[in-house]
Design a protein around this ligand. Structure first.
Ligand code: MTE
Length: 308
């Protein structure tokens, strides 16, 4: 297994987008960086830390997508039946450009970006995933939200004939999530259409999902068909189902434990431990905001123990 240097944020240029195939090669990454003049920022991040990118096979086979079942293997087993083309996204609420958009049209004008992010599930496992997509901020800007748009909510597809989990009452379907508008327009927030240099496989939330790297994974809603701008904090699936366990903000915070387990550490799924040895894999400390501390300013003055 090769080690790649993980860095918090950068906007990929076209040159870097082609690096998807070379994520496992640090030399290639640095060469690409040199070519695009990003040496300084990458240099800093290299100094910061080394992290293994989760092998694609693991990221594509260990998933939470309850529409396809509750076991981690269920989404990879059953998500193939989901039809993702054509795909439309309905935009409504406090914006000047509401309507039903073909996915390709909706993101056509936004610049493609490539980001390697940690994904920290509320269940205390984590991965490092290379995503391709667009900044949600670019899409939102084109939709021209009005001053009433204090929040953005998202909905996953409701199609029980293709999503066996939706034929059960395990959750209140469709899956719903939301962000405050400043969170949604933060440059780290992505609408991902790909991972590991290929289109998102269905189990990862094809054809378009949210990725909010400083929040617990459940905020990163998959297979989005609705975007709604609203003045009031929207209801979200997990918050509604267990408000004392899952807050609206859900920022990764090692100091606020889940009522049933500690959030101080996490099990990193990086392929370094397999089979029996994985049972004894050492845990790593969980970082405030999952390490993306540049977002702390969004919450200045807020009590993050109360607004968990
Ligand atoms: N989106 C939908 N529609 N349904 C889900 O069950 N699970 C969430 C999130 N998005 C989920 C979802 C949870 S709990 C996590 S941790 C991440 O997706 C997992 O993303 P991954 O399977 O790509 O790692």
């Amino acid at each position: 297994m090769t080690v790649i240097k993980h860095f918090n944020k950068y906007d990929a240029t076209e040159n870097q987008v082609t690096l998807a195939e070379t994520f496992y090669s640090r030399r290639a990454l640095l060469k690409g960086a040199l070519a695009t003049g990003l040496t300084a920022s990458i240099g800093q991040s290299v100094a910061k830390e080394d992290e293994l990118v989760t092998p694609k096979e693991l990221a594509f086979s260990y998933n939470n997508f309850y529409e396809f079942g509750f076991d981690k293997e269920d989404p990879a087993k059953y998500a193939d039946q989901l039809v993702t083309d054509p795909w439309a996204v309905e935009v409504s609420g406090a914006c000047e450009q509401p309507g039903k958009f073909d996915l390709a049209d909706m993101i056509a004008k936004a610049q493609t970006v490539e980001r390697i992010y940690r994904l920290r599930c509320v269940e205390a496992w984590s991965m490092v995933v290379p995503w391709q997509g667009v900044q949600l901020a670019d899409v939102i800007k084109a939709l021209k939200p009005t001053s009433d748009a204090k929040y953005v909510s998202f909905e996953t597809l409701y199609r029980p004939d293709q999503m066996p989990g939706q034929r059960t009452g395990s959750l209140d379907w469709p899956y719903r999530e939301g962000l405050r508008i400043d969170e949604a327009t933060h440059p780290l927030t992505l609408l991902a259409t790909g991972a590991y240099g290929q289109d998102l496989p269905n189990q990862m939330g094809a054809p378009i999902r949210l990725v909010v790297p400083w929040k617990y994974g459940f905020k990163s809603i998959k297979s989005i068909v609705k975007i709604h701008f609203t003045e009031n904090m929207p209801e979200t699936t997990w918050n509604q189902s267990a408000p004392n366990e899952y807050g609206f903000f859900a920022n990764v915070n090692p100091e606020v434990d889940h009522p049933r387990w500690s959030q101080a550490t996490e099990r990193r799924i990086d392929g370094s431990a397999t089979g029996f040895s994985a049972l004894f894999q050492s845990r790593i400390p969980t970082l405030p905001f999952n390490g993306y501390t540049e977002v702390a300013e969004l919450y200045r003055g807020m009590d993050l123990r109360k607004n968990y």
